[in-house]
Design a binder for this molecule. Structure first.
Ligand SMILES: NC(=O)C1=CN([C@@H]2O[C@H](COP(=O)(O)OP(=O)(O)OC[C@H]3O[C@@H](n4cnc5c(N)ncnc54)[C@H](O)[C@@H]3O)[C@@H](O)[C@H]2O)C=CC1
Ligand SMILES: O=C(O)C1=N[C@H](C(=O)O)C[C@H](O)C1
Length: 251
C-alpha cells in the first residue's frame, strides 16, 4: 500500500485528493495537513508520497520543508518560475536523499489539458499567430493560470525552434486588453461564476484558424492524473525534479 499524506487537505483540490486516495485500493491516507499544521509531522516512516495543493505564496516553502523531511512530493499548486524551480533542485541536491529524492510538479493533471498543451506545441510552428485564453472560477487567486503559462512557454519554444519571428500585431495603444505576453505569446484570463477550469488555444493563418480547447467541468477530472503521478513517484519515476504529466505519458 502507498501511504499518502495530503498538504492543503481542506482546500478545493486537497479535499478531492483525500477522497481519491481513500477510494484507491493501492493507497492508504496517512496525514492530512492544512494551514498552520506542522509539516515535520510527515516522515518517511508514515508517508511514501505527499500530495501538495495549497496556494502559490506558500508552496515553495512547503516543498522545501518536505524535501528536508526526506519525503517524495507531488505538487499541484501553481505559481512556479525558474528561480523557484532552481531552489527545489538545490534543496534536493543538498537534502537527506540527494540520489533518490523525487519531486513532481504539474500545472495541470487533467488529460484534456495535457493533450491540449501537446497538440498546441505540435501545431505552433505552422501558424503565424497564436494566443491563449484561460477561463476559471472567480475564487482562483492567481492569473494567468499555471496551465496557460505552461502552454504559452511551449508555443514560444516551438516557434523559436522553428525560426519563427514575432507574431503580427499592429497594436499601438494597449490599455491592458491585449493580455500578458509570455515568451511572445499573448495570454488572456477570464474569471466567471459558473466556470471551473478551461483553456482555449487559438492558432491563426490567413483564411484559417485552429482552435484547441480543454475543459475541466469538475475537479474530479484532475484525480486520475494525481493518482497516476503518486503511483509513479512510489515506483519508477526518476529521482530529482520532474515537471509536467506528459513526462509520465507515452505521448
Ligand atoms: N495542477 C492541477 O491540475 C491543478 C492545480 N490547481 C492549483 O492548486 C492550488 C490550490 O487550488 P485550490 O485547491 O482551488 O485552492 P484552495 O484555496 O481551495 O485550497 C488551498 C488550501 O491550502 C491551504 N493552505 C494555505 N496555506 C497553507 C500552508 N502554508 N500550508 C498548508 N496548507 C495551506 C488552505 O487553507 C486551503 O485549504 C492553486 O495553486 C491552483 O492553481 C488547482 C486545480 C488543478
Ligand atoms: O485554480 C484552479 O482551479 C486551477 N489551477 C491550475 C492552473 O492554474 O493552471 C490548473 C487548472 O486550470 C485549475
Amino acid at each position: 500500500m502507498i501511504k499518502v499524506s495530503v498538504v492543503g487537505a481542506k482546500g478545493r483540490m486537497g479535499s478531492h485528493v483525500v477522497d481519491a486516495v481513500n477510494g484507491a485500493n493501492d493507497m492508504e491516507l496517512a496525514l492530512t495537513l492544512d494551514a498552520g499544521d506542522d509539516l515535520t509531522l510527515i516522515t518517511p516512516d508514515n508517508t511514501d508520497v505527499v500530495v501538495e495543493f495549497t496556494v502559490p505564496s506558500v508552496s515553495l516553502g512547503n516543498v522545501l520543508a518536505l524535501i528536508a523531511q526526506g519525503v517524495d512530493v507531488v505538487v499541484g499548486t501553481t505559481g512556479w518560475n525558474d528561480e523557484k524551480l532552481a531552489q527545489v533542485r538545490q534543496a534536493i541536491a543538498e537534502g537527506p536523499k540527494p540520489e533518490t529524492q523525487k519531486v513532481f510538479i504539474a500545472p495541470n493533471f487533467a488529460i484534456s489539458a495535457v493533450l491540449a498543451d501537446y497538440f498546441a506545441a505540435k501545431a505552433a510552428k505552422y501558424f503565424e499567430s497564436a494566443e491563449v485564453i484561460e477561463l476559471h472560477h472567480p475564487t482562483k487567486v492567481d492569473a494567468p493560470s499555471g496551465t496557460a503559462i505552461h502552454t504559452a512557454q511551449a508555443i514560444g519554444a516551438a516557434r523559436k525552434a522553428a525560426g519563427l519571428g514575432d507574431m503580427p500585431d499592429a497594436t499601438e495603444t494597449d490599455g491592458g486588453s491585449r493580455g500578458q505576453v509570455i515568451d511572445g505569446v499573448h495570454v488572456h484570463a477570464v474569471r466567471l461564476r459558473g466556470l471551473n477550469a478551461h483553456e482555449e488555444i487559438l492558432l491563426g493563418n490567413a483564411g484559417e484558424q485552429l482552435t484547441i480547447r480543454a475543459d475541466s467541468f469538475d475537479r474530479g477530472s484532475f484525480m486520475p492524473g494525481v493518482l497516476l503521478a503518486t503511483r509513479k513517484l512510489a515506483t519508477d519515476a526518476p529521482a530529482g525534479l520532474t515537471i509536467g504529466l506528459d513526462q509520465f505519458l507515452d505521448l
